[in-house]
Design a protein around this ligand. Structure first.
Ligand code: ADP
Ligand code: MG
Length: 139
């Protein structure tokens, strides 16, 4: 399979716990290349735009409040089968239901504060990467 791209966001809960280094190292150990990486603090309008697909969901306000609570680390990742492999490595949305050894099981707190974001398709991975990185920033 050819290389695919996907977006990782280390969410504010994991940055607060100082787990961003461990999470990025795990992704490197899993064979991902990091094409770009930056720490940013999202504004409310930026968080609402990033999660616009969820705006009708009951947790939308809570999610945007959480995602703007502190800095996040966004990383553009590349690997064969990147989207599915990354989802396998992070585990289920709810850390309580995630498999042992997954990033959300290791570092997540609950279904909202679950340590990392993951893209759900190759197409959305590219759209989400472009939210954080200009093409010329990716190496
Ligand atoms: P995933 O991040 O696994 O793709 P979703 O796309 O369904 O999950 O949800 C996006 C994010 O919204 C989740 O990662 C989590 O932070 C938050 N979220 C999802 N479900 C809930 C919920 N029931 N209560 C609070 N926050 C939630
Ligand atoms: Mg999702």
């Amino acid at each position: 399979m050819s290389a695919q791209r996907t977006l990782c966001i280390v969410k504010p809960d994991a940055v607060e716990k100082k787990k961003q280094g461990a999470i990025i190292q795990r992704l490197l150990d899993e064979g991902f290349s990091i094409l770009g990486m930056r720490q940013v603090r999202l504004s409310r309008p930026q968080a609402e735009a990033f999660y616009a697909v969820h705006k009708e969901r009951p947790f939308f306000d809570e999610l945007c409040t959480f995602m703007t609570r502190g800095p996040v680390v966004a990383a553009a990742l590349e690997r064969d089968n990147a989207v599915q492999h990354y989802r396998d490595v992070i585990g289920a949305t709810d850390p309580a239901k995630a498999k042992e050894g997954t990033i959300r099981k290791l570092y997540g707190t609950d279904v909202g504060e679950n340590a990392v974001h993951g893209s759900d398709s190759q197409e959305n991975g590219l759209i989400e990467i472009s939210f954080f990185f200009a093409g010329c920033d990716l190496a």
